[in-house]
Design a protein around this ligand. Structure first.
Ligand SMILES: [Zn+2]
Length: 435
């Protein structure tokens, strides 16, 4: 490990993280100080204003950036870095060297620290952005929504209210890299930009659509000491990213390995179409073919940011229910939706209204357009096909009760939608390195 005793420079990466869907970082035991919710989010006390506010702990951001960077680096060269969370935790260590190795050559351990050395990267807590601070109703950042979940897979589910931070909320982040290089700043930037591609998410509940966000207003500043004088210069983001991509593109492994979550799959193969094997993110338009509403905790339908949404969990629940009805092979079901030892590969965001005129908060009118993201995380073409078969046709995505269907009026159903594809992006090595 290189010495951190001597300061030569510091790279400061700053920007805003804006939530596109609600975010949930659990508050734990101490949350009773500020929330009555059985499932509160973490908040901190603003002594100036005398109120509690949501924030993103630096440790949470650091964890997701580390695993994201590891995934990018390992996609191009598995030997270039280890993984920070892995088999070691499960007690089934295959190879000690692949988890928090601490080797000099490991880019992840060098940047984020290991048992052999401190971290070069420090990440501060991200608090509400200036724009959000200027808003009047600060409690509007939180919402409570019913969540039907089981404490652990295989146990009976139960309904409980759950707090989350509303979409639209933005946080200001700051990341310091001591004695850094353009390449290292570029690698951190690439990890951050994975949020904009929707391949990574913040906080819990991401498989049911939480934590989709965008990085905005990003900047990189280098602070150096030359002959005892402190200088600051802005480093162009594109120069830093180019340096990082030169590093990623150096000759190394150029074949697609096994399908594991610690890298993007099939990035070196030419796909036959956009829904072929690999890591695919689809932007979808959901058009309401009838009025849509789904009862929330106290309100007539589930809302977020004062407008109704269709929760990602509802849409995902529809797919699961349909595929169960069709007695789909259990191996495929487990791969798509997860099982005890592995998370699901399908990630579905909430669908939010994108029409021009306001729609109130009672229900979503017929013909309203909504947008949503669907992530197929290292899925096979066959698995993806099990989901996309429901696109481009009218589907009723809630149960009959929510849809207002009775034996006497089977034709009066609400909650009919049609899902169409707006954009598809599949992780490809050549496009990634060129872009
Ligand atoms: Zn390592």
């Amino acid at each position: 490990m290189e010495s951190l005793d001597r300061f030569s420079n510091r790279y400061v990466i700053e920007g805003d993280i804006e939530l596109k869907t609600p975010m949930r970082i659990g508050g734990g035991q101490n949350a009773a100080m500020y929330s009555l919710s059985p499932a509160p989010v973490i908040e901190c006390y603003d002594a100036g204003l005398g109120i509690f506010e949501p924030y993103i702990p630096g440790s949470s951001l650091k964890g997701v950036l580390r695993s994201t960077l590891e995934r990018i680096v390992r996609t191009f060269d598995e030997s270039a870095c280890c993984v920070s969370v892995g088999d070691k935790e499960e007690g089934t260590v295959k190879n000690e060297e692949t988890v928090l190795c601490g080797n000099e050559s490991c880019i992840s351990c060098r940047l984020f620290g290991s048992k052999n050395g401190g971290a070069k990267v420090r990440i501060r807590d991200a608090h509400l952005s200036d724009d959000c601070r200027a808003m009047e109703d600060r409690r509007g950042f939180l919402r409570e929504q019913p969540h039907f979940g089981s404490p652990r897979p295989g146990t009976p589910g139960q309904m409980r209210p759950e707090e989350s931070v509303s979409s639209g909320t933005a946080f200001r982040f700051r990341i310091d890299i001591d004695n850094g290089t353009d390449k290292e700043a570029g690698l951190i930037m690439l990890a951050l930009l994975e949020f904009n591609e929707h391949r990574v998410h913040l906080g819990g509940g991401s498989t049911r659509g939480h934590g989709f966000c965008f990085i905005k207003k990003g900047s990189i500043t280098r602070i150096s000491i030359v002959d005892g004088v402190i200088t600051r210069d802005k480093r162009p983001i594109k120069d830093c990213i180019s340096a990082a991509k030169v590093y990623l593109g150096k000759p190394g492994r150029r074949n697609d390995g096994e399908r594991s979550f610690d890298r993007y799959w099939k990035v070196f193969s030419e796909p036959s179409d956009r829904f072929d094997d690999g890591h695919v993110v689809a932007t979808l338009i959901v058009t309401c073919k009838s009025e849509f509403s789904m009862k929330g905790l106290d309100e007539p339908t589930v809302t977020n940011g004062l407008e109704p949404v269709i929760p990602g969990s509802t849409i995902k629940g529809f797919f699961r229910h349909k595929l169960e009805q069709r007695e789909t092979n259990q191996v495929i079901m487990d791969s798509i939706f997860g099982e005890l030892h592995q998370r699901g590969r399908l990630i579905v965001s909430d669908a939010w209204y994108v029409g021009k005129k306001g729609i109130g908060d009672e229900s979503i009118p017929k013909d309203s357009p909504l947008r949503m993201f669907m992530v197929f995380d290292n899925m096979t073409r066959d698995e993806i096909g099990h989901i996309t078969q429901f696109f481009d046709s009218k589907i009723q995505i809630t149960g009959n009760t929510s849809a207002g269907m009775t034996r006497n009026s089977p034709g009066n159903g609400k909650n009919l939608v049609e899902i169409t594809v707006e954009k598809v992006s599949r992780f490809s090595a050549s496009e990634y390195l060129a872009g």
